[in-house]
Design a protein around this ligand. Structure first.
Ligand code: XMP
Length: 317
């Protein structure tokens, strides 16, 4: 019978046996999978696990600082790398969604390789790969058609010439959460919505600028905090804001404005493969619209996305 307690015990023993007194390097993303995988490896080999957490400048507001702090609090040996300018520089003027994903994926690998090459005597690469990733890398990105090239920290360098440690390889998401709970991982990680690897880059339609990232981070924080305060966060599967490449006319006091629009997105789903738009209360949406327009400079219009998947996708890019 599968139980989290039994899985944890057995997995830690296996990692100890496999890794011995060698060293493991691993990228953390702030998501459930890499965090639970890291903590399992950490429990097995302690400070021989070296973690790297990259700020690509496309995370949610304050996410990098908060998550890095939580990792340190867990006792993980983690190095934070601020690579914002590198990412913004290479993404400058790029508006094609697949191109953005490719650039972000490539830069992430470059930064990670650079950082790991500075660590000595690393023999293993830790990864938070879970079972659906194993299947998806076959079905979603199969040879026939790529709808969206899903990139996340699950897809790291093959040429790094290290053996893999993937403690979650045969688990489904709900099992990962149960394991996480068993080893005391905070709800900050366990109860969080999915967030795409390319981050806010695919929620800013068109070319990315640091100013647009800042605008979207502010709107997104108001929306996500609002969902939490209204007790709606756990009722939706995923939520976020999208900055549209559209300016429209508005009025503020007696000034005419010509500013950007954000779309709010919230969906219910089981696995993200199909999704229904969440029927959020009108009063809540009204409050979000007011708060965002009043507090975020540069935004004068808020719309709500009422498209389901299929035929729409959850993200807009
Ligand atoms: P779509 O937009 O395809 O999204 O309906 C389904 C789920 O996948 C996430 N997503 C991504 N995750 N890299 C990721 O790691 C990506 O490039 C990517 N694109 C979409 C999306 O957030 C949703 O949870």
């Amino acid at each position: 019978d599968w139980t989290p307690a039994h899985f944890v015990q057995e997995t830690i023993a296996n990692i100890k046996e496999k890794v011995g007194d060698k060293r493991v390097v691993m990228a953390l993303s702030g998501g459930v999978d890499s965090t639970v995988a890291a903590e399992l490896i950490h429990k097995a080999i302690g400070s021989n696990l070296f973690c790297i957490f990259v700020d690509n400048g496309l995370l949610r507001k304050d996410e990098y600082e908060t998550v890095l702090e939580s990792y340190k609090h867990m006792g993980l040996n983690v190095k934070g790398v601020n690579a914002k300018d590198l990412f913004y520089g290479q993404l400058d003027g790029v508006s094609d969604p697949e191109q953005k994903r490719k650039i972000i994926g490539r830069l992430f690998i470059e930064v990670f390789q650079q950082e790991s090459s500075e660590l000595k005597d690393i023999s293993f690469l830790g990864q938070g790969t879970i079972y659906p990733d194993v299947i998806e890398s076959v079905s979603v990105n199969g040879p026939s058609v790529t709808i969206k090239s899903h990139h996340n920290v699950g897809g790291l360098p093959e040429k790094m010439n290290m053996q893999l440690v993937e403690p979650l390889r045969f688990l489904f998401k709900d099992e990962v959460r149960r394991v996480g709970r068993e080893i005391g991982i905070s709800d900050i990680f366990l109860a969080r919505h999915p967030f795409p690897g390319p981050g806010l880059a695919i929620r800013i339609l068109g070319a990315i600028t640091p100013e647009k990232v800042d605008m979207l981070q502010q709107a997104d924080a108001i929306y996500i905090d609002g969902l939490r305060e209204a007790g709606l966060y756990d009722k939706v599967w995923q939520a976020g804001t999208i900055l549209l490449p559209v300016q429209s006319v508005g009025v503020m006091g007696d000034e005419r404005t010509y500013e950007f629009t954000v779309a709010l997105r919230a969906v219910t789903s089981v696995d993200g493969m199909t999704a229904d738009w969440a029927h959020l209360p009108y009063e809540f949406l009204a409050k979000m619209s007011n708060d965002i327009i009043n507090r975020v400079k540069g935004i004068n219009r808020v719309v709500y996305d009422i498209s389901s998947k299929p035929p729409a996708t959850i993200e807009w890019e």
